[in-house]
Design a protein around this ligand. Structure first.
Ligand SMILES: Nc1ncnc2c1ncn2[C@@H]1O[C@H](COP(=O)(O)OP(=O)(O)O)[C@@H](O)[C@H]1O
Ligand SMILES: [Mg+2]
Length: 235
């Protein structure tokens, strides 16, 4: 446990998909706290609602009921425009499928985040991107188009894109699932050390048990309910 205040507190989340006879109750009274500098690993069977919970915590999907307080804001009571701004400012995302633009180079994918989103000068953007590519172990690969990069390299670019603006939260949905473990391990190490170094929250969905040693806490979602992993106690 940590004495620090949680950066995100979720309380009594409920969510159901569908209507009539076709309803699936995905979240049943889920409560959770996320702490700065820590990685929480969310595990659970396929279809158990892991991506749904990530979407609710990160402002992408409004829950039927419950509250998500982030950095003192009640996320689902903000106007849509404010929530969107909050998300852009504080949240980075990494998904299983990389979602890169195939015809842009690794450097260009990262530069556009700073130039469009943050209005950085070309020179500033270039030097930030060069430093990030070094951190990602891609110092010599920045000139290559995404479709020339391997899966592991693409996912490292996606990690760089998520971290470039130094967000307070990084949400990663099965970030290593499409990679062999050698590359998956690089990706999780990068995410975790970036979170530790910057005191950011890292929320990872994954089912590979090899991720467990990297996590500060592990929780399981099944039948809509969150349970601590064996040997863990939820705060
Ligand atoms: N937009 C949606 N509409 C209807 N059902 C959905 C939708 N998204 C997810 N579901 C259902 O909710 C359940 C949980 O999905 P998901 O959160 O994607 O699970 P996981 O990420 O653990 O595999 C599944 O039964 C899925 O079919
Ligand atoms: Mg999922």
């Amino acid at each position: 446990m940590t004495s620090e205040e949680p950066a995100l507190v979720a309380r009594h989340l409920h969510h159901t998909f569908g209507a009539g006879d076709e309803t699936v109750c995905v979240l049943r009274d889920v409560s959770l706290e996320l702490y700065p500098g820590q990685m929480l690993l969310l595990m659970g069977p396929s279809g158990s609602g892991k991506s749904t919970l990530l979407a609710v915590l990160s402002g992408l999907l409004r829950p039927d009921r419950g509250e998500v307080r982030v950095l003192g804001e009640d996320l689902w009571r903000l106007s849509e425009a404010r929530r969107e701004r909050f998300r852009l400012r504080h949240f980075g995302f990494v998904f299983q499928g990389f979602n890169l633009f195939p015809s842009l180079t690794a450097s260009e994918q990262l530069e556009m985040i700073l130039r469009w989103g943050e209005g950085a000068s070309r020179r500033n953007a270039r030097s930030c991107v060069a430093a990030m590519l070094e951190l990602l172990g891609l110092g010599r690969r920045g000139h290559l188009r995404a479709d020339r990069l391997s899966g592991g390299e693409k996912q490292r670019v996606a990690v760089g894109r998520a971290l470039l603006k130094q967000p307070r939260f990084c949400f990663a949905d099965e970030p290593t699932a499409a990679l062999d473990w050698a590359h998956g391990e690089q990706v999780i190490q990068l995410l975790r050390s970036a979170a530790r170094d910057r005191g950011a929250v890292l929320f990872v969905v994954g089912h590979d048990p090899r991720l467990v040693p990297y996590a500060d806490r592990v929780v399981h979602l099944a039948d809509g309910r969150l349970a601590p992993a064996p040997g863990e106690v939820l705060p």
